[in-house]
Design a binder for this molecule. Structure first.
Ligand code: UDX
Length: 460
């Protein structure tokens, strides 16, 4: 089926390449000429595992192409996917619909009869109605439908998420549009992906409700982790114990420095605003946002405690800057709050991230960027694991401990085994498992625990 995707950003590129991958003939259109020229030359504007290869294959097979001119690509499409950005407006935090409405207005005059306009960008509830009203005033044919089709792609595994979705949500009450969408996604539904057709507003809300729920789960386990530290329990055990209940589920129960990324913070803000606008405040979501914001400060205090009460004049090695592993994305990354707070308290920071340093450098003034994890650790007084990159789990810990001036390690992702870290010579602190950190310390160095406790070993 001929499909046009408007927007060669993260969602547009992944969607376009994957739709080509399941057999459609796709044109991805973007007004940014440099971006389109780069894509034609095989250069990806974003880092996503497997994307460059998929784009290369589909272009070679003739199923995927890139263009800056919209008119022809829209006129011949059976469906036009709007995949443009919806950043928060600086004035009030509401999602900015400028790009979505501009895209809708630009494509409308070129739509052929029967074309389905698909809003894939994450948009506030009711946007579909506005897009439809605009399209109808500008089209020459009234035979168009506007459907909502939210994406649930996780950065780093977006292609797998597209190809093996938990569900495909299509919001429309137009039967013919629903049939077109079903045909587009048939290669996936034939492999077992459930297709859920709802009204358009429900589809729009599903996206926000899903992301906010996942963020609530993370916030909840982070608070349970705080409690674990006080009562001497392991949050990993608690997460496993509750996650085996299928009503709860095991995923998104990893304690850490708080959630970030391009979706959760923005989508929760948008959902909160929608609730407030309709006189239905979503207090659980509001609380989770506040708890998650406060968590960065808690992480700073944890690092300062591990440093013996002050980081002034200390050199801190930070491993990982991106909001999670597997991406170069720095949006709402915990590092953007934690590192400046440490700098304010007098710390000198050297950081390393396997993918995010180019993005991070301009956002983190005064942070020295090292060429490797080992280079960041060399001579440091304290190390912090902030992103769960697998290469940090595979570090030669004994060599890392030796390279540091004092081997203190604060693991905010519970990436390492406390006993292994202690045996390698580290004073090790993690999240929600103070008892295991302490047990590891005692096992590694029984004499030390009997002697005067070091400030870095406080369990507060
Ligand atoms: C998310 C949703 O998962 C995806 O469905 C949606 O389309 C976009 O937003 P993404 O932002 O790529 O995807 O990352 P995700 O893997 O969901 O992680 C979000 C944040 O939560 C990260 O900061 C991550 O480190 C954190 N997280 C996740 C935890 O702290 N603990 C967990 O158990 C899971």
């Amino acid at each position: 089926m001929p499909i046009t995707v408007v927007g060669a950003g993260y969602v547009g590129l992944v969607t376009g390449a994957c739709l080509a991958g399941i057999g459609h003939r796709v044109t991805v259109v973007d007004r940014d000429e440099g971006r389109i020229a780069g894509l034609r030359a095989g250069r990806m504007p974003i880092y996503e595992e497997g994307l460059a290869e998929l784009v290369g294959d589909e272009v070679a097979m003739g199923r995927l192409s890139f263009a800056t001119a919209l008119a022809a690509a829209v006129a011949e499409a059976a469906a036009v996917f709007i995949c443009v950005g919806t950043p928060p407006r600086p004035s009030d935090g509401h999602a900015d619909m400028g790009q979505v409405m501009a895209a809708a207005g630009t494509i409308a005059p070129h739509l052929a009869a029967g074309t389905v306009v698909v809003v894939k960008s994450t948009v506030p509830v009711g946007t579909g109605d506005e897009v439809e009203a605009l399209v109808r005033t500008l089209t020459t044919t009234q035979d168009v439908a506007v459907v909502s089709n939210p994406e649930f792609l996780r950065e780093g595994v977006a292609i797998a998420d597209f190809m093996r979705p938990d569900r495909i949500v299509v919001g429309t009450d137009d039967g013919r549009a629903a049939a077109v969408m079903a045909a587009i996604y048939r290669p996936l539904t034939e492999r077992g992906a459930p297709l859920l057709v709802t009204d358009r507003r429900a589809a729009e809300l599903i996206k926000y409700a899903a992301n906010s729920f996942l963020a609530l789960k993370i916030t909840y386990i982070n608070e349970i982790a705080n409690l674990c530290e006080e009562i001497g329990a392991d949050v990993g055990d608690v997460a496993r114990g509750i996650g085996l209940d299928p009503r709860i589920g095991a995923q998104f129960l990893k304690a850490g420095p708080g959630f970030g990324g391009s979706c959760f913070p923005k989508d929760m803000l948008a959902l909160m605003k929608t609730g407030q606008d309709h006189g239905v405040p979503l207090r659980s979501v509001e609380t989770a946002v506040a708890v998650n914001d406060a968590r960065k400060g808690e992480m700073v205090r944890k690092i300062v405690r591990a440093a013996g009460g002050s980081v002034a004049g200390r050199r801190i090695a930070v491993l990982g800057l991106t909001f999670k592993a597997g991406t170069d994305d720095m949006r709402s990354a915990a590092s953007l709050v934690i590192l400046p707070q440490l700098q304010k308290q007098g710390a000198r920071i050297t950081a390393f991230d396997p993918a995010g340093m180019a993005e991070a450098a301009p956002l983190l003034p005064g942070v020295a960027m090292a060429e490797s994890a080992m280079a960041a650790l060399a001579g440091a007084d304290l190390a912090v694991v902030l992103t769960e990159w697998p290469e940090f789990a595979a570090l030669d810990l004994a060599a890392a401990a030796r390279a540091m001036r004092s081997p203190v390690l604060v693991d905010l992702r519970n990436l390492l085994d406390p006993e292994v870290a202690a045996r390698a010579g580290f004073h090790y602190r993690s999240v929600g498992r103070a008892a295991r950190d302490a047990a590891a310390r005692d096992a590694a160095s029984p004499a030390a625990s009997a002697a005067m406790p070091l400030p870095v070993l406080e369990l507060s």
